[in-house]
Design a protein around this ligand. Structure first.
Ligand code: DOR
Ligand code: ZN
Length: 479
């Protein structure tokens, strides 16, 4: 008779575990949502359910720190059901949801409403961002106490039209966040430059993909990145630069990191794989996003920076929209973004198949580094006893052709990767010990996903005596 105390819930048998620095054949067992065994099959516990992983790789599930799930307020694009089903289909076990929903997440009350919607539906784990803007400055502590995974700062205007805060407000926000220790993800494009140039393009009658690229030129990203670094370095606020797209940013990032600026950086498959010059006509409409896909020559430097760790994290900027929002007559009225959470792993494993990156590097950028940056390590990001049972089982030889119409983001059935042939993909997704996707079929598990709260290292604020609050505190000396 099996001893029910040691009977695991799930055993993944016969696979090869790949973590960011190791690879070894092992069985993996989970009980009560946590990995309880990684080791030789002869010593594996019996389990209620066994998943055969012969010839497969067993990796920590991807953690996508950049998704737009859209609920509340924009559920004609996506909701917590479709968004997390798409994640499960793509081997993603945790998504972080951006706060540019309707309403934007600027207070604990708004966060609570979003959490309630997620709790009922999510089949993968989730972190919820709060927004850092002029409205939310007085709510940052409240949002932190309510368990946000971090904050999002839109320095560049995009979907949701959340105006970029004044630099004074950003500085004050960073002063507060430095004390809290939470990370602030930044959309680093200079808003005044974007608006000015877009208006110049429009006034000249331009209405095309290249004008969009020109309006959001590299320099706008470079300026905003540099300003973010200055404010982070001064205050000690931890920052995360999302969707890095410019090769010219790479030396700036390297320099800043070498000086000890507490920053991490992300890029997305589209900046590694797509080229502006290939995206004319309808393809350009589908691929329109912010920041834009740049010239093809920028791809390799971005990939190399991702491989050498200058860029830490692979996100997706999963940004679903309704089809009609992508087909408006004027290019300028076309919604920015496209779904990405479901296709990212397949696209990257294709690079692994081609020998352009290793599986270990993929695990680092897609799971380990995100977990470390956002206070989830070592509970997530690694397959080892004691860690959460969040796992993707990968078939490195699986062949697939990406089709927008087959995505689980069913209200957003398009992708700029349409027709692309991929090699390597997830065959099972396991969230806290429960199989939520198997052989491409997403299983019903609404509400199984759990909200993830960060456990960040001790805050390390800098220049404390110069903060607005320190100066305004009664009796404080302003020098
Ligand atoms: O293209 C984009 N779409 N870029 C962003 O930063 C936001 C996103 C969205 O929310 O649609
Ligand atoms: Zn985004």
């Amino acid at each position: 008779m099996p001893d029910t105390d040691t009977l695991a819930d799930l055993l993944i048998a016969g696979g090869t575990v790949v973590n960011e620095t190791t690879r070894f054949p092992a069985d993996v067992a989970m009980k009560d949502g946590v990995i309880c065994f990684v080791g030789h099959p002869a010593f594996a516990p019996r389990a209620k359910e066994t998943l055969d992983a012969k010839g497969k790789l067993v990796i920590p599930g991807a953690i996508d720190v950049h998704t737009h799930i859209r609920e509340p307020g924009m559920t004609h694009k996506e909701d917590w059901t479709t968004g997390t089903r798409a994640a499960a289909a793509g081997g993603v076990t945790t998504v972080f949801d951006m706060p540019n929903t309707e309403p934007a997440v600027s207070s604990p009350e708004i966060l609570a409403a979003k959490r309630e919607a997620a709790e009922r539906q999510a089949i993968v784990n989730y972190g919820l961002y709060g927004i850092l803007d002029e409205r939310s400055l007085d709510h940052l502590e409240g949002l932190a106490a309510a368990g946000v995974i971090g904050f999002k700062l839109f320095l560049g205007n995009t979907t949701g039209n959340n105006p970029a805060p004044n630099d004074g407000a950003v500085l004050e926000g960073f002063e507060i966040l430095a004390g809290l220790g939470l990370r602030c993800s930044i959309h680093a494009e200079n808003s005044p430059i974007l608006f000015w140039r877009e208006n110049r393009m429009k006034a000249a009658g331009r209405d095309d993909a290249f004008a969009h690229l020109a309006a959001r030129a590299d320099v706008a990203a470079l300026e905003s990145l540099s300003r973010s670094i200055v404010l982070s370095e001064w205050t000690g606020a931890r920052i995360h630069i999302v969707h890095e797209s410019c090769m010219r940013s790479i030396p700036v990032i390297r320099d800043a990191k070498a000086r000890g600026v507490p920053m991490t950086v992300e890029t997305c498959p589209q900046y590694v794989l797509l080229a502006a010059e290939d995206l004319t006509g309808d393809a350009g409409r589908i691929a329109r996003l912010n920041p834009p896909i740049r010239e093809g020559r920028q791809r390799e430097p971005i990939l190399q920076a991702l491989l050498d760790g200058t860029i830490d994290i692979l996100g997706t900027d999963h940004a679903p929209h309704a089809m009609e929002e992508k087909q408006r007559p004027s290019f300028w009225d076309n919604a920015c973004g496209f779904p990405g959470v479901e296709t990212s792993m397949r696209l990257m494993l294709t690079l692994v198949h081609e020998g352009r990156m290793t599986m270990e590097q993929y695990v680092r950028m897609a799971s380990a580094a995100p977990a470390r940056a956002f206070g989830l390590w070592p509970r997530k990001g690694v397959v080892q006893p004691g860690a959460d049972g969040d796992i993707a089982v990968v078939d490195p030889a699986q062949r697939h052709v990406i089709r927008g119409a087959e995505l689980h983001s069913i209200r957003s059935p398009f992708t700029p990767f349409e027709g692309m042939a991929t090699v390597g993909g997830p065959v099972a997704t396991i969230v806290r010990g429960r199989v939520v996707m198997r052989d491409g079929k997403v299983l019903d598990a609404p509400g199984w996903g759990r909200m993830e709260r960060p456990q960040m290292p001790k805050p390390e604020p800098r220049n404390l005596a110069t903060t607005t609050r320190a100066i305004l505190r009664p009796g404080a000396q302003p020098w």
